[in-house]
Design a protein around this ligand. Structure first.
Ligand SMILES: [Fe+2]
Length: 542
């Protein structure tokens, strides 16, 4: 047992990448999280890890030791194996005192999957009522993060809160920046409550970077990218496979998470392998946009993706992608940082989906800080302008989730709004930021609930559903109707009466080991699907 008196579990715990019989468990020892972690010259540390089938740890099924690796900032990426499918497990680490308790859920064949997807969480633009809402939703099976988990910007005054660490440029400063985000209690609660899978976008590294190329400072970029990739690994519940083939010059973020015959998630990496954006990365159209050399996935990832998409694929095929896939005529111009800059990659994917009659593809995306629902269009004879044709088929539905906090400028709002009449394949556009999307998938239907926080400047803000869409399962790509709006509350004001009480904080309960301190983060009255509760403290405001 350690003798130091400070809490090493300042960044919480997390689980990720569930399989039928395993899950990745994460934590990091960081008693001084904002300046290097505080573990000094300590080598690898073995810490006890308990896994139980109940929240009071009366039925511990595995009691083992996990390794906090010194070279990875004393982070733990422990793959627990030998688990049962579709089963909740509670876990906790100890090092002097206990860590927060987390709850993981294995994958497996089942009748329904419920997940939330999120993206773009600039903390300088708000608090995380979204994550409080997700943490409290005991019915969720999984959280999918689609990138911009951190922002690489300098501390700036004027927002609801401010980065406490300087703009990152290398491994040490990216570690501090990740810690700055991970210290948020609502984010920690959402990680503790559900397993996550993650993709990244540009701001984990630098705005609009493409592969090994920076639009800002090429001389410093190799160091910046390697440092940011390493810090990302050190702070996410990623499997150690991420380290292949060359940490951190080349890593493997793309991958698959499966729920039997019902659904698979195919997680894409649209940053590491892409060629440079055409047309100078400007909102425009130019001959270079039509060049077949532009490639957003890279050959290896594209082959992998196609090999996982066939007529025998599960009922639903969710392509988790950080940046919007739709064609959007900005009247004039195209957004070449998205798939509109890589139109031949998109054409090859849609052709593959069509020719192989891949069942029910649904693309989930982030990046643009607004909520959209879109019919992705394919036409065998006019693949590059299918969205303009009445006789094109709806090859897939794209659900673009709004940001957790990051805002959309008024200039972009008016650009998008003005261009909507030129883009009849867009079924829904809501420019409001500060929300997430909750999905309920059954064999016959894919439901998407678009949710918004009333005000992300208020940590305690309520979160409510403002629009609901259904996508009916249809195996034949010639017959797909895309999404249907079930309900919309877009005209209803989000402001609602103050409830009697709200959750205003998470109680750090007393653990044992080193005197009075202990590090449980105990959520109270989080109702679980088996009828039991995780407990946390609910306090009245004021
Ligand atoms: Fe973003």
């Amino acid at each position: 047992m350690r003798t130091s008196a400070s809490n090493p579990f300042t960044l919480g715990v997390a689980s990720g990448y569930p399989k039928d019989d395993s899950v990745v468990l994460w934590t990091r020892l960081a008693p001084v999280p904002l300046s290097g972690g505080g573990m000094g010259t300590a080598g690898d540390v073995e810490i006890p890890l308990e896994i139980a089938t109940d929240s009071s740890f009366t039925n511990v099924v595995q009691s083992t030791r996990a390794v906090a690796e010194a070279r990875y900032a004393h982070s733990v990426h422990h793959v627990v194996t030998g688990l049962r499918p579709n089963t909740h497990y509670w876990y906790r680490f100890s090092y002097g005192g206990y860590s927060a308790m987390g709850r993981a859920l294995t994958a497996g064949n089942r009748d329904d999957v419920r997940f939330a997807f999120v993206n773009c969480q600039n903390l300088q633009e708000g608090f995380y009522p979204v994550y409080r809402d997700i943490a409290e939703d005991g019915s969720l099976d999984l959280v999918v993060h689609l990138g911009d988990y951190i922002y690489d910007s300098a501390p700036a005054p004027g927002g609801p809160r401010q980065h406490r660490t300087k703009a990152p440029v290398d491994l040490a400063s990216f570690r501090n920046r990740h810690a700055d985000y991970k210290m948020d209690r609502d984010l920690q609660a959402a990680h503790a409550a559900h397993p996550w899978i993650v993709s990244w976008d540009d701001h984990e590294v630098e705005n609009d970077y493409a592969g090994n190329t920076s639009w800002y400072n090429q001389a410093a970029f190799a160091r910046r990218r390697a440092g940011s990739y390493q810090a990302y690994y050190e702070h996410m519940p990623l499997p150690p496979d991420f380290l292949q083939p060359r940490p951190f010059d080349g890593v493997t973020l793309f991958g698959k998470v499966s729920y039997g015959d019902l659904l698979q998630f195919l997680i894409l990496d649209v940053r590491q392998y892409r060629t440079l954006q055409p047309c100078g990365d400007r909102l425009t159209d130019c001959p270079e946009r039509y060049d077949t050399k532009n490639d957003i996935l890279g050959p290896e990832q594209e082959e992998w993706l196609k090999s996982n998409l066939s007529a025998e694929s599960p009922r639903w095929n969710v392509i988790a992608n950080s940046i919007f896939m739709l064609e959007y005529d900005h009247n004039p111009g195209y957004y070449v940082d998205g798939w509109d800059g890589y139109i031949h990659s998109r054409k090859r994917l849609f052709e593959h989906l069509y020719n192989n009659r891949v069942p029910n593809p649904v693309v989930i995306s982030g990046d643009i800080h607004a909520g959209w629902v879109v019919d992705l269009k394919y036409h065998p004879d006019f693949p590059l302008e299918a969205f303009k044709r009445n006789d094109a088929v709806t090859i897939a539905t794209e659900l673009i989730g709004t940001s957790v906090t990051s805002t959309l400028s008024s200039g972009w709002v008016s650009t998008y709004r003005r261009a909507l009449p030129k883009n009849s394949h867009v079924k829904y556009f809501d420019e409001r930021s500060g929300g997430y999307t909750r999905c309920i998938v059954t064999p016959d239907n894919f439901r998407a609930e678009y949710k918004l926080a009333q005000n992300v400047a208020d940590r305690l803000s309520p979160v409510k559903t403002v629009a609901t869409f259904d996508v009916a399962a249809e195996g034949n790509p010639d017959l797909r109707k895309g999404a249907t709006m079930i309900e919309t509350l877009t005209d209803v004001k989000l402001v609602e009466p103050e409830p009697d009480y709200r959750v205003v904080g998470w109680r750090w309960a007393e653990g044992y080991g080193a005197g009075k301190e202990g590090y449980w983060l105990l959520p109270r009255q989080l109702k679980l699907s088996d009828g039991s509760y995780i407990e946390f403290e609910q306090l009245k405001r004021g």
